[in-house]
Structures are given as C-alpha cells and as structure tokens.
Design a protein around this ligand. Structure first.
Ligand code: GAP
Length: 536
C-alpha cells in the first residue's frame, strides 16, 4: 500500500506540481523542480504572505544577492558555527546523519564522525578572486541594509523588512522530496524593535489560543498568547505576536489546525544567533512533525557583530522620555602646560586630545603635526570622570525573525488537502486546496463537443480570464472524468455549458467539496465566482 507521500509524489509528477530535478541525467538528491501547477501554488502562497506581512503588517520588501562575500558570513558567525555533525564511511565515502550505527548502512564500512560546514563555497571578484558563499538565509542582506532601512522608516522603531528568495545549504538529504533541499525558497521577515518599549498591537493577538510544546514539557498545551506570555512560556510579547501571525497565516493557507503546533527549541538545538526559537510544525503522514517556520529571537546578535566587523555602527539614537544623568569619562586638555610646550601648535594638540577615546588615553602620547612627530607628555591632559545630563542614547535594536520555508509549506498543504473517494469501484484523489492557493480556480467545460456548446464555453472561459480568474478549459472525455481531473489538482469550481445554456443563458456550477451543482446565470458569473473564491 502506498502512503500519502508516495501518492502525492506520483500525482505531483503526473499533473505538474513538482518533478525531481535533472531527472534525465539520473537526478540529484536535494533538488526539486516546481512544475506549472507547483509554480502557480508558490506564487499564490507568496502573495498571501506578502498580503499578510507587507499589506497588513506594514513591512517593506527588499531583494539582495544570493552570493555573499566571506567576510559577511564570517562576521555573522555562519562560517564557524553553521555546521553539521556527520558520519563518513571510510570505505565508500558516503555521509550519514548520526546516529547511523557504527557501520555504513550501504557497504558495512567503518564510520568516522566529522563536522561539515553547511554552506556552499564559491569565488567572486574579477581580478582578485575572493572567497564567498551562497547565502544560507535571506536575513543577512536585511541586516547589512539596516541603516538604509531605518532611514526608509523615517527613523522609527519598530519596523519590519521582508525578503523572499532562494537560500542554499549543503544538507544531507536522502529521499525527502521537497522537505530537505540544498536549494530552497524562504520568506523571511526581520522585525527591529526596542525591547524597552511596549509592543504595539499585542491586543489584536493576545486572546488567540494556540498549541504550544515548551522545551520543558513532554506534552503540548493549549494556551492563549497572553497566558503564554504571563506565565513566561513565551518570553516576550513581540515573539508571541509573531507566533499568532504565523498561526493565522498557516491556517489561511490551508494547514490543518488539528495537525499544527509550535515547538520550542531546546537550548542545545538553538541556532548560534538565537536566544529563543519556536518552530511552527505541521504533522506529515510519513515524516511526523515537520518544521515549516522558525520564529526566533535574534536579539542584537547580527547588528552588533556586523558593526564590529565592518566598522559601520548599525545602531540607532533613541530619544529618552526623561533625560538622565550618566557618568562619563572625559579628557581635559591642560591648556597652560600645552601652551607653554606647543605654542602656536596648541590648537592641533587640543583637538587631538578631544578626539581621543578616554578609555585608551594613558601615559605619553604621540602626535604628528605637519609631518613631524611630537610627544604629548601625560601632564598635558587629565582623564576625569564627570556626571552629565543626556537626553538620548545609542541602542542596538533587537530582532524577532519569522522565517518561512516555502517548499515545505507547499508540500504540507498538498498533504493536508489530499483525500480519496471511490466511485463505482474506482479510486479518485481530491486536493481540497483553499481557493486562494489552488493553481486553477475554475474548470470550464462544454457538456459535449458540438452544437455550439464549445463556442459558448470558450466565450465564457475568455470572460472569466479577463476578470482575472485562472481557468482551465477542458472538452476531452466524459464530464465525470473532467470533474475528476479538476478535483485532483484542487480546482474549487467547475462550470458546465449544456443545451439549457443555449436557451436561458444559465450554466451549472459545481462545488468541489460538496459536489453539489446549481444553475446560475452566465451574466454576473464572474463577479459571483470572484466573491466565492475570495471567501477562502
Ligand atoms: N533565518 C532563519 C533561518 O534560516 P531556519 O529554521 O534554519 O531559520 C527557516 O530556516 C525555514 O526554512 C525552516 O523552518 C524550513 O521551513 C526551511 N528550511 C530550512 N532548511 C531547509 C531545507 N534544507 N530544505 C527546505 N526547507 C528548509
């Protein structure tokens, strides 16, 4: 008996959802092509995501290169910490994920453990080849643009920036179709905020109940987001807020609510940049709980490390609600002494001392004036501790990151939508996809291929297309077979032109989920269908 995964892989290949990449050359594990229907679902999903994050949440979208210089990923910690513990067979060289036993499951050779970098290396540059990587996440491009984006948002926190695009990881991915790919698509948002400010809009989400599996528990609990924050299961409102947003998005896309949960990472599981992380997981018939979205608290990790490594400070000036008194170290030039020693060059010496970092000023100092070196003796300045009133301070914003894996979500949407029915001893498969996600929205058929029915059906098909409804015109085979073909790819509605249509300008409209048919007027059918499809 085939399981849903096998049935879906066959259906995907036959109808054009996804295909194994490079198949005619024997294929390559960890790569997957999206076919025509798969691409259409992907576009629909990305648009639903844009609608959520950009239109509703007010974020901005950017697009950065996938090739990334070595120094960027060295600074972010990926070069040294984005690693995979593996086992390698001494005899055949095959690699395995631990635990795989002491012997190679393929040839019986001895296995040795080693650490593999997860990024693909390459080179960039024209004259001098510099090392580089294919990006392992889209996030870094957003961090590097922090100052541009802060300006775009008129220097107000919080703000969020999204990126949709490909990322690359040199994963071991044996036979998992679209779940563990070496090249995959992500939809990521980086939300920059001041943790000392109240998180806006939490009230919109606080009563939402979701299923949580905290790292300290064996069994999931169902809690409102407010309760989860109050009991410190989720450590902050912004993090809880994006669990709520992710919950709604996945349900809108069609993930089965009874097969969804949020699981907290254990300490040892956390990525090197994360202080806390919750995965939105969906249950798969074959693979068990699968991570679809990671929602992480990245704190100031990336902005601070890129500031240090690049020399460009990725921080903001925060105006304080109340000015405060702070202790500061200051250099006080001793002008009497400086004047007697340096005469007309005193101004240069004073300016030099005032520019100096007081933490670093000690003992005699060297200064170059008009190409001549002078020594400023330690009695020319004092380092003093003073109290000053300040009305603004420099802060590194914190970051919450909801990061969605597009390919995995699509696979789970297909799995959760899949069902079967039997008619006259024949089995049929149906994809109960949400109308917003379905690749084709309406099937248009003439009952038979004569007597003017195809012409009328084609005219109707054209009208619907002009209204922006994605249709599929089909006149081949029995009407039952045509319905079955549409059910199998998740088409929510079918319209059939029959003899009565020629008399009273009506058609039958069939609903995929109820299989009920109603007669409706051709006039106004476009608007009617658009409304029904928007209902989702
Ligand atoms: N910037 C954060 C980040 O990259 P992640 O949890 O490593 O977080 C986010 O990845 C999402 O990307 C995952 O929840 C998963 O859905 C998807 N993903 C990660 N690795 C993948 C792979 N090898 N193949 C397909 N999807 C993957």
């Amino acid at each position: 008996m085939r399981d849903i995964y096998e049935k879906l892989v066959r259906l995907a290949k036959r109808r054009g959802f996804f295909y194994p990449s490079f198949e005619i050359y024997g294929g390559a594990s960890g790569f997957q092509d999206w076919g025509p229907l798969g691409c259409s679902i992907k576009t629909n999903l990305e648009n639903l995501w844009r609608n959520c994050y950009i239109h509703q949440e007010g974020m901005a979208e950017i697009e950065c290169p996938t090739l990334t210089p070595y120094k960027v990923l060295k600074a972010s910690g990926h070069v040294d910490k984005f690693l995979d513990e593996r086992l390698k067979c001494r005899k055949c060289g095959r690699q395995w994920r631990p635990p795989a036993g002491e012997r190679c499951p393929e040839c019986g050779g001895k296995l040795i453990s080693f650490t593999a970098g997860l990024m693909f290396e390459t080179k960039i540059g024209r004259d001098v080849e510099e090392p580089a990587y294919l990006r392992p996440e889209t996030a870094q491009g957003i961090f590097l643009n922090f100052l541009n984006l802060y300006r775009h948002f008129r220097k107000h926190l919080p703000f969020g920036v999204c990126q949709i695009g490909k990322s690359y990881r040199n994963e071991l991915s044996p036979r998992k179709a679209v779940l563990r790919l070496k090249e995959f698509s992500m939809m990521e948002a980086e939300v920059f905020f001041d943790p000392n400010e109240e998180w806006p809009n939490f009230d919109k989400q606080k009563q939402k109940e979701i299923t949580l599996l905290p790292s300290s528990e064996k069994h999931p609990v169902r809690l409102s987001l407010e309760k989860a924050v109050d009991t410190k299961i989720i450590s902050s409102k912004p993090l809880a807020y994006y669990l709520g947003i992710t919950h709604d998005f996945l349900l809108d896309a069609g993930i089965d609510p009874s097969k969804m949960r949020f699981r907290q990472h254990r300490k040892e599981e956390l990525a090197h940049y994360a202080k806390e992380c919750w995965d939105a997981e969906a249950y798969s018939d074959r693979f068990g709980w699968v991570e679809l979205v990671g929602i992480a608290n990245r704190t100031t990790h990336d902005l601070k490390l890129h500031s240090q490594a690049s020399g460009t400070e990725l921080s903001v000036e925060k105006v304080l609600k109340k000015p405060k008194i702070v202790e500061v170290l200051k250099i006080q030039p001793q002008m009497g002494k400086i004047g007697s020693l340096f005469k007309e060059k005193s101004r240069e010496v004073k300016a030099f001392l005032e520019e100096l970092d007081p933490e670093k000023a000690a003992g005699d100092l060297k200064i170059k004036i008009e190409n001549e070196e002078y020594t400023i003796s330690s009695d020319c300045y004092k380092v003093v501790r003073t109290r000053e009133k300040v009305d603004h301070e420099k802060i590194f914003p914190h970051v919450i990151e909801p990061s969605y894996g597009t390919d995995r979500i699509i696979y789970l949407l297909l799995e959760h939508a899949y069902r079967e029915t039997e008619k006259k001893g024949e089995r049929y498969s149906i994809l109960g996809l949400k109308p917003l996600i379905a690749p084709v929205k309406v099937g248009v058929f003439p009952l038979i291929r004569k007597d003017g029915l195809p012409e009328l059906a084609r005219t109707l098909d054209k009208k619907l297309k002009e209204k922006g409804v994605t249709t599929c015109y089909d006149e081949a085979g029995s009407i039952g077979k045509r319905y079955a073909r549409m059910d199998e790819i998740g088409t929510p509605f079918c319209v059939t032109v029959d003899y009565q249509s020629l008399e009273d300008d009506t058609v039958t409209l069939r609903d995929r989920d109820t299989t009920k048919q109603v007669r409706i007027k051709i006039k106004g059918i476009g608007n009617y269908l658009k409304k029904e499809l928007d209902r989702n």
